[in-house]
Design a protein around this ligand. Structure first.
Ligand code: SF4
Length: 143
């Protein structure tokens, strides 16, 4: 069975900043055809749950209280890639809009809910390392 790296919150794991999950039926249905490997890059990077929300601001990631958590985000991205490399994973389905997992559009750093073009830190790193990244909104072709 082909393996897919998946944002753990999409599988119902309560790892979001607010201690909640966002289970996605389509993503969960992928388990009928693929072996799903859950990952939460923010937790892999050493952040707790729940945690203060963060957003990307240019090349940094900051919490709403101003704390710089860029290093945590990078550490989590590298760990997610290491998992892909070790397990031979070439495809990831990651949570849209997240400062870690988002692809194409992410929150703009103002903590207002506004979006801007860009990728989350993990999605960007995985893409650079040759992993194909899709959001949960782009997986019809896999079902
Ligand atoms: S870092 Fe990714 S997997 Fe973790 S809670 Fe945020 S969106 Fe979900």
């Amino acid at each position: 069975m082909e393996k897919i790296l998946v944002s753990a919150c999409l599988l119902g794991i309560r790892c979001r900043y607010d201690g909640r999950s966002v289970p996605n039926d389509k993503v969960i249905a992928l388990s009928e055809k693929y072996s799903l490997i859950p990952v939460c890059p923010e937790i892999y990077g050493g952040l707790p749950t729940p945690r203060t929300p963060s957003e990307r601001v240019k090349d940094r990631v900051v919490m709403r209280d101003g704390s710089d958590v860029t290093d945590n985000y990078m550490r989590g991205a590298v760990a997610a890639y290491e998992l892909c490399r070790t397990l031979g994973i070439g495809l990831a389905v990651l949570k849209a809009k997240s400062p870690s997992c988002g692809k194409g559009k992410i929150y703009d750093g103002s903590f207002s809910g506004a979006l801007v073009d860009g990728d989350g830190v993990c999605a960007e790193y995985l893409t650079r390392m040759g992993i194909r990244v899709l959001t949960e909104n782009e997986i019809d072709e896999l079902l």
